[in-house]
Design a protein around this ligand. Structure first.
Ligand code: ACO
Length: 321
């Protein structure tokens, strides 16, 4: 078995910043409601930047950060639920933009857990010896799937991309990844795919936008996530207090505070940047990693943890190199 480490990270967000006050100008909400319930103050929303644009920009930044060349990359996975095209995959378009040739490229849909799921696949492939350098991107432009008159959802979600390059090494730095799902909760967060009626089938599906049962998702996240992190820690022989920084999916500050409490960890050890970005779905963890980098030291033990539609969830333990 080979070892794997993170060798480069990058992020990209659209230029437009939309504050809670900006949103309160067109729907019945307030900065006070949004900030106190979620921790979100502002987010970036596309005015034309596509999922591919953001994914390619984040990937280019990660490539430069790693010091690798495009021809070194032999696997590209884009975790997204908002691709610009169902075919070709976003991963193929990103490879074309960066000049990556002959890599295995595909997209993966695991919603807000997408980055962890894609990481598990890439890390397993590298450990088995099939690949050397994998470019993993979490990218979503959820603003195109939002009903901007639905205050239950449009204040929460936003657009962005984050990328990580996993590289084969002798010394393993990706200690453990554990993912899971529960399809019983598949109706709690939904966004329909293509649903045009055809000549033979008058499609009755009228849902167009993101739907979320916020209360049930909150209950799920505050139960499944601490258990999943505990499982990773037990499997690896660490305790919560051994971890230097927890980087969770940036959906809601209250979820992170609840997970910290359940693990009996100071919530200052839970990195938060959702105040500036909102919930960018598959992109939140790699974007947060870029923003957290200044406070990381070589050898730090990090937990990444994602959760979302499916229901899906997953956590990983990483040694920062
Ligand atoms: N502004 C003002 N009022 C609002 C808003 C808003 N933006 N949104 C909802 N309300 C109102 C509701 O209409 C409701 O009013 P009513 O009582 O008159 O009917 C009231 O606020 C309470 O609504 P709830 O939905 O019960 O509010 P709650 O306290 O549960 O907070 C929230 C909602 C923030 C969404 C919470 O349920 C939550 O955080 N859930 C987790 C969701 C999450 O994190 N999802 C992302 C993870 S999954 C993924 O990333 C895909």
């Amino acid at each position: 078995m080979h070892g794997v480490k993170i060798s480069g990270i990058g992020r990209a967000v659209p230029e437009l910043e939309l504050s809670n006050d900006d949103i309160a100008k067109f729907i019945d909400t307030s900065d006070e409601w949004i900030a106190s319930r979620t921790g979100i103050k502002s987010r970036h929303i596309s005015t034309g930047e596509t999922t591919t644009d953001l994914a390619a920009k984040a990937a280019q930044n990660a490539l430069e950060d790693s010091g690798l060349n495009a021809h070194d990359i032999d696997l590209v996975i884009v975790a997204t639920v908002t691709p610009d095209y169902t075919m070709p995959s976003t991963a193929c378009s990103v490879a074309q933009r960066l000049g990556i040739k002959n890599a295995t490229c595909f997209d993966m849909a695991a919603a807000c857990s997408g980055f962890i799921y894609a990481s598990e696949v890439a890390v397993s492939f590298i450990k088995q010896g099939n690949y050397e350098n994998a470019l993993i991107i979490g990218a979503d432009v959820l603003s195109k799937g939002l009903d901007w008159e639905d205050r239950n959802t449009c204040v929460l979600f936003a657009d962005g991309a984050g990328a990580v390059i996993y590289q084969r090494t002798n010394e393993n730095k990706i200690v453990k990844i554990l993912t899971a799902s529960d399809g019983e909760g598949s109706d709690l967060i939904t966004l329909p795919a293509l649903s045009e009626p055809n000549r033979f089938n008058a499609n009755q599906n009228t849902q167009k936008y993101v739907y979320m049962n916020g209360r049930e998702v909150y209950k799920f996240a505050t139960t499944a996530v601490p258990q999943n992190i505990q499982d990773v820690l037990v499997d690896t022989g660490y305790t919560p207090s051994d971890i230097d920084l927890f980087i969770l999916h940036q959906a809601n500050a209250r979820i992170m505070d609840s997970v910290a409490k359940k693990l009996d960890v100071d919530n200052q050890k839970f990195f938060k940047n959702l105040q500036n970005y909102g919930n960018t779905s598959a992109a939140t963890i790699p974007i947060a990693l870029v923003d957290a980098r200044a406070q990381l030291k070589k050898g730090d033990k990090l937990i990444f943890s994602g959760f979302g539609a499916g229901l899906t969830w997953g956590s990983m333990l990483v040694i920062w190199d």
